[in-house]
Design a protein around this ligand. Structure first.
Ligand SMILES: *Cc1c(COP(=O)(O)O)cnc(C)c1O
Length: 406
């Protein structure tokens, strides 16, 4: 008899975006003449930079010619792209890294990385959180049952107003620590000094930090690390995930990369060490066959001067939206966080309302859709996320409407 992975019975369905979609559809059906503006979803809207498009066209032509046709590529990514990443993302920061694994997404990599680790590990996540880290650990058996809004056995590290969105080091010993900065959903960051505390903790406790840096491209402030490897000692304790999705508009094209330094190890019960770089290589060569040549050429083109210029223009476009949202909310005395080094604005819901009640109010009175904080974890209650990924016109109009109802 075929037995099921019973962890699927444990993991909670994420009703967040489907509930939002249902509520929006229902409202639109009853109010067909209303123009709803969506500032809820974490997807980009600006088109790809021109050099990326040109690179893909050229690569497509190469695929149509027997002399330049490419079949299976290296599972770790083509050298041309890995070199471009090392040069532009790391050498320029003074970081000596060459352990790059190209992939089709940071979502897949942050999810698949659990393959390397024993089920016995204690997992710590931020709360609120990008759900992938939590759900993939539940599905692979690193949690107990869902109980009162939380999974037993998982360590939740609240980031709220009370701690200025700076998570505290866990009181109990944890093994796998997921950090995401600039953060989704809160839009907040950690300084180098704050991040250093986590690196030191991981070194002392022989833990690993799984550092998601998907929003690195949005950083403007000086003292915010663009890579965890800017922190001394991080190469011994951290895996870093980066993506072209938010930085270069690749959410639909799919290209990302993960750094697994050769100095990283995990231990068995007898204290023997295993190099995580070798394990990840083994995992990828077993289960993954690489990113398409055409897409890797597009990613390489991100680093051309024209590519860099267009990316910066697009990110500035989103930054301008974030500013409009921050100013609008300030005008009506709503407290905000994030939105400076991040496309996400995390706002404090006015006293006395839950984040879902605030959602309903914005939808019904302003016809604006955002994301209720409670959908990202128990500590997200009382907060609400707006994104800067809309158009200027819609963002301005949305803020005008929101201001008018308060
Ligand atoms: C969008 C996002 C990613 C990027 O995922 P891709 O699979 O590379 O598109 C990764 N982490 C977080 C927190 C995100 O919000």
């Amino acid at each position: 008899m075929i037995k099921v992975n019973e962890n699927f019975g444990k993991v909670q369905d994420s009703y967040l975006f489907s509930t939002i979609a249902k509520k929006v559809a229902e409202y639109q059906k009853n109010n067909p003449d209303k123009k709803i503006i969506k500032l809820g979803i974490g997807d980009v809207t600006r088109p790809l930079p021109t050099p990326c498009i040109e690179a893909m066209k050229k690569a497509s032509d190469e695929m149509g010619d027997a002399n330049t046709f490419k079949g299976y590529g290296p599972e770790q990514g083509y050298d041309f792209l890995r070199k471009a990443i090392i040069e532009n993302e790391y050498k320029d920061l003074g970081i000596d890294i060459d352990e790059v694994f190209v992939s089709d997404g940071a979502k897949c990599d942050t999810g698949n990385i659990v393959d390397l680790f024993s089920q016995d590990n204690k997992v710590a996540i931020l709360d609120p959180v990008y759900p992938v880290y939590l759900d993939t650990n539940v599905l692979s058996g690193r949690s107990g049952k869902f109980n009162n809004g939380k999974y037993d056995g998982i360590v939740y590290m609240p980031t709220t107003e009370e701690n200025n969105f700076i998570p505290e080091l866990p009181k109990e010993k944890v093994d796998m620590i997921y950090l995401c900065f600039p953060n989704n959903p809160t839009g907040t960051t950690l300084s180098k000094e704050e991040l250093k505390k986590w690196v030191d903790y991981a070194r002392e406790n022989k833990s690993i930090i799984l550092f998601d840096s998907a929003y690195e491209g949005f950083i403007v402030d000086e003292n915010i690390p663009h890579s965890i490897y800017e922190i001394e000692g991080a190469k011994d304790v951290a895996i870093e995930f980066k993506s072209f999705s938010k930085k270069a508009g690749f959410t639909g094209i799919r290209c990302a990369y993960t750094i697994v330094p050769k100095s990283l190890v995990a231990y068995d019960n007898d204290g023997n060490t295993y190099k995580l770089n070798s394990l990840w290589n083994r995992r990828q060569t077993t289960k993954f066959n690489g990113v398409s040549y055409v897409v890797q050429r597009a990613a390489e083109a991100v680093y051309t001067p024209e590519g860099q210029k267009e990316i910066e223009e697009n990110i500035n476009y989103y930054r301008e939206n974030a500013k409009i949202i921050l100013e609008g909310l300030k005008n009506i005395n709503i407290k905000t966080y994030g939105g400076v080094n991040s496309p996400y604005i995390w706002l404090k819901v006015p006293e006395g309302k839950t984040s879902w009640e605030f959602f309903d109010e914005l939808l019904e009175k302003a016809n604006v859709v955002g994301t209720p904080g409670a959908g990202f974890g128990p500590s997200g209650e009382g907060y609400f996320r707006l994104t800067a990924f809309g158009t200027h016109e819609n963002t301005i109009e949305a803020m005008k409407r929101i201001e008018s109802i308060f």
